[in-house]
Design a protein around this ligand. Structure first.
Ligand code: FAD
Ligand code: NAD
Length: 479
């Protein structure tokens, strides 16, 4: 095997494997170094996303929702299912086989595109060289025309609740609980807390979420976050804001969590405790001190808008650099960098990255929130359409939530879209495309939407921006 490549990628998560495939498609000789091993000691591709992130969490969200639907939501359709039960090992087995299928699929794509997978831990040396140490401690050096670092992120740990992987677990542990805890504590009511809290809540756990901030989902549009909080509360998630966890102690097979809140000092006992307080870049021991790379004040590898580091021919993409920790953000950065290495004028639109919380209903967003527009003094107008007025949502018994579209008050250009409701993840994507093309709210309003679809709620929200929605009483009436 040659040890000289046009491109060496470190990390085979969605940022790294996508960068490697695109580089190879563009005719660049490409190797991808990955340290993750399966239980047989073979290299495991796909990173956090495929192995312990996006995919397994969605598999469990879907299984648990189907169970909750069978148990709680079918009677309204006239369907009676008595004694629905959940077989947790079978549910986990299904999740694991999807993960195996997809990670194996990346290996197939590498082969098809001519990407060389290299098993081991990569470290960047001066002069765009990559040192690789394999599981047996053997060290080799790859000479790279260009290096793309895509080392990803790891969960943040907090001193009052150290992970023991038995009672106090992180997201990876929460994807593999072998039975349903009766009482489940979650520290952090963010994306992971809500998704994995929902999984176990649907399966029967009593879920208590301890969130440090006073505001729920502060990065989301305030109106949407408020609506989502109401819906989650109704589902049984006990979300306690403004709490500070001071300790977590395992005693007699349960975890005793102490925390303070506006009501004073409190103690709760749980069968399991998930710590989901954010993730941090995996940027330690990734490069030699003379490699020319630097970290920013939060530990991310410092890059510019094109994901170029301060060292020539070395790039960094995905969770290891600034920006939202989302698989699709990293993948698009990977494609941009591969194309720029191949001499193409690629760039990223960081203003148009959708984000989704895969609860039921889903919460999805793109662009600016109303509070951001207010804060930066942008003149805006907004249109809201509730799913309760959507024929299709009612037909499906999915009428909670709303679509909100924000547009510039003078130009009508769409600046943001925020949804809590059925299929929000797919609906928001329509507005992402519209925003990419610089669309106005009127453009969406003039587009023909099929009937009856959930998408009609997007259409109506766009019409509502100028008071023209048909199926609700418009607050502001304009001709
Ligand atoms: P990673 O996926 O973390 O991959 C980095 C890879 O690099 C790993 O395989 C690692 O082993 C390898 N590596 C690290 N250092 C080295 C080294 N020195 N040498 C060799 N290899 C190395 N995002 C979404 O967009 N949608 C979701 O629904 C979603 N759900 C999630 C659910 C959970 C439970 C979690 C934890 C995350 C979720 N995310 C989701 C976030 C998403 O998983 C990450 O944003 C994404 O995986 C980041 O991709 P990445 O390639 O930058 O890093
Ligand atoms: P997060 O930032 O979404 O949520 C963490 C929450 O924990 C925040 O609300 C924060 O205020 C709270 N918190 C922090 N310290 C705390 C403390 N000591 N006590 C109580 N609360 C505390 O992070 P996450 O949920 O861990 O997810 C990590 C990353 O993974 C996120 O950046 C997210 O984008 C990504 N992710 C994405 C998806 C998705 O796209 N659907 C799903 C899962 C994870």
């Amino acid at each position: 095997m040659s040890d000289k490549y046009d491109v060496v990628v470190i990390g085979a998560g969605p940022a790294g494997y996508v960068a490697a495939i695109r580089a190879a498609q563009l005719g660049l000789s490409t190797a991808c170094v990955e340290q993750w091993l399966d239980d047989k000691g073979k290299v495991r591709l796909g990173g956090t996303c495929l192995n312990v992130g996006c995919i397994p969490s969605k598999a469990l969200l879907d299984s648990s929702y189907k169970f909750a639907e069978a148990r709680d939501h079918l009677a309204v359709h006239g369907i009676a299912i008595e004694g629905a039960t959940i077989d947790v090992p079978a549910m986990l087995q299904r999740k694991d086989s999807i993960v195996d299928q997809l990670t194996g699929g990346i290996a197939g794509l590498f082969k098809h595109n001519g990407v060389t997978p290299v098993s081991g831990t990569g470290r960047v040396l001066a002069g765009a060289r990559v040192e690789v140490t394999d599981k047996d401690g053997n060290v080799r050096e790859l000479q790279a025309g260009n290096v793309i670092i895509a080392a990803g992120s790891v969960p943040v740990e907090i001193p009052p609740a150290p992970i023991d992987n038995e009672y106090i677990i992180d997201s990876t542990g929460a994807l593999a609980l072998s039975d349903v805890p009766q009482r489940l504590g979650v520290i952090g009511a963010g994306v992971i807390g809500l998704e994995l809290g929902s999984v176990w809540n649907r399966l029967g756990s009593e879920v208590v979420m301890l969130e440090a901030l006073d505001d729920f989902l502060p990065m989301m549009d305030v109106q949407i976050a408020r609506e989502a909080a109401k819906i989650f509360k109704k589902q049984g998630l006990d979300i306690r804001l403004g709490t500070r966890v001071t300790g977590a102690e395992v005693k007699n097979g349960v975890v005793e969590v102490s925390y303070t809140s506006a009501d004073g000092d409190e103690v709760e006992t749980f069968d399991k405790l998930i710590v989901a307080v954010g993730r941090k870049p995996r940027s330690k021991e990734l490069f030699a001190s003379d490699s020319g790379l630097t970290l920013d004040e939060r530990g991310y590898i410092f890059v510019n808008d094109y994901c170029e580091t301060e060292a020539p021919h070395i790039f960094a993409v995905g969770d290891v650099v600034r920006g939202p920790m989302l698989a699709h953000k990293g993948s698009e950065e990977g494609i941009m960098v591969a194309e720029r290495i191949a001499g193409k004028p690629a760039q990223m639109n960081y203003d148009c990255i959708p984000s989704v919380i895969y609860t039921h209903p889903e919460v999805a967003a793109v662009g600016k929130t109303e509070q951001e527009l207010k804060a930066d003094g942008t003149p805006y107008k907004s249109g809201v359409f509730p799913f309760a007025a959507s024929g299709r949502a009612l037909a499906s018994n999915e009428s909670e939530g709303m679509v909100k579209i924000l547009a510039h008050a003078d130009t009508d250009r769409v600046l943001g879209c925020h949804i809590v409701g059925p299929s929000a993840a797919d609906l928001v994507q329509q507005v992402v495309i519209a925003m990419e093309f610089g669309s106005s709210a009127e453009d969406i309003g003039l587009t023909v939407f099929g009937h009856p679809t959930l998408s009609e709620a997007v259409h109506e929200a766009a019409l509502a921006v100028d008071g023209h929605a048909i199926h609700i009483a418009n607050r502001k009436k304009r001709k």
